[in-house]
Design a binder for this molecule. Structure first.
Ligand code: NAI
Length: 344
């Protein structure tokens, strides 16, 4: 099986090379994103392996199909960048549903601690031999209330971490899980009572801008916002106004609404054209990381392991409903996987 691997980063190669050793898979690593301009690189491949900022629209699907590509192996969980409807009946799409929920939950806590205790500013000061503590006062997390929006794999682990800090947990989920020992409340209640709000739900039509101007107004004064899920969950202008007015104490953001053309690339030495992002980064009480919450050795290893297994199973003709996705996925009544059949 020949795989064209797009958006390759140096840390991808060792993990994938380890898992393809001894298999009949060969990988050609390409640095560019997959899109209409670069799709020709996939010529001769059976499968393309892609990440979050590759673009598989209908035009790309049609060209891939014409070239003989029959599988798209996403090495991430989300598949909003693939036109699954255009793929249906032509190209099977697989993903890695979970690779390390611990990595993301731990990064959320890292952002919270860094923000609250001003570690980012302290680091810069002491490197300049400035040992003043002015402006570095934080607050104890112990006894504070954290509101967790989305209590799936990552949200649950984040709640366990917060419990370890002696925090009170409030939870909001569109589909509350009765098996979890969590205090579910309405979104309004969560906004009103939380000292810290952490987002762990997927980006869907329902959750788009779940933190908007009205949500910011309902928040407790001095609330901290942590977002390691998807940028589109937050109306960035509303967030910035909330921070400027002092309503919001600070924000730890691993994701940003318009991250697609920026995150994962080195733009040092360039003038960034996105004024909103520049404004956020310029704020002393905002920490932005570039969608790195997943980036641990364990997660990279799991991603490579599951992706290579997806490729092997697909070309061996095996059923693999846990990782295959299609445009029926959010519509249970139409989902063939529920009946243990291939998507098509
Ligand atoms: P999951 O599917 O286990 O849990 C998501 C939870 O959100 C579920 O309990 C679901 O019922 C809930 N939910 C769905 N719609 C909602 C809504 N409108 N309002 C409130 N809750 C809602 O997903 P998991 O693995 O915990 O991942 C959560 C998110 O983390 C992913 O959707 C992804 O966006 C993000 N993520 C970020 C990474 C990073 O590197 N920054 C890496 C991996 C995931």
């Amino acid at each position: 099986m020949k795989v064209a691997f797009f958006d390759t980063k140096p840390y991808d190669i060792p993990a994938f090379d380890k898992y393809i050793e001894g298999t009949d898979i060969t990988i050609k690593y390409f640095e560019p994103h997959l899109n209409e301009d670069t799709v020709s690189l996939a010529n001769g491949a059976d499968c393309v392996c892609i990440f979050v900022n590759d673009t598989v629209n209908k035009a790309v699907v049609d060209q891939l199909y014409e070239m003989g590509v029959r599988m798209i192996a996403l090495r991430c969980a989300g598949f909003n960048n693939v036109d699954t409807r255009a793929c249906f009946g032509k190209i099977h799409v697989f993903r890695v549903p979970a690779y390390s929920p611990y990595a993301v939950a731990e990064h959320s806590m890292a952002l919270l601690l860094s923000l609250n205790r001003h570690i980012n500013r302290a680091y810069i000061r002491t490197r300049d031999f400035n040992f003043s503590l002015s402006g570095l006062t934080g607050f104890d997390l112990h006894g504070k209330t954290v509101g967790i929006i989305g209590t799936g794999k990552i949200g649950k682990i984040f709640s366990d971490i917060c419990k370890g800090f002696g925090m009170n947990i409030l939870a909001y989920d569109k589909y509350p899980n009765p098996d979890l020992d969590l205090n579910y409340v309405t979104l309004q209640e969560l906004l009103k009572q939380s000292d810290v709000i952490s987002l762990h739900c997927p980006l869907t039509e329902d959750s788009h801008h779940i933190i908007d101007r009205s949500a910011v107004e309902q928040m407790k004064n001095g609330c901290v916002i942590i977002n390691t899920s998807r940028g589109g969950l937050i109306d960035t202008d509303a967030l910035i106004d909330g921070i400027k007015s002092g309503k919001i104490y600070g924000a730890g953001l691993d994701v940003y609404e318009e991250e697609g053309d920026l995150f994962y690339e080195d733009f040092s030495g360039h003038v960034i054209q996105d004024d909103t992002l520049v404004r956020l980064i310029a704020m002393p009480n905002v920490i932005v990381t570039s969608h790195q919450a997943f980036l641990t050795n364990e997660a990279l290893d799991n991603i490579a392991n599951t992706t290579v297994s997806n490729i092997q199973k697909f070309f061996a003709g095996e059923l693999n409903p846990e990782t295959e996705v299609c445009y029926h996925c959010s519509r249970k009544e139409a989902c063939r996987k529920e009946r243990h059949q291939k998507c098509f």
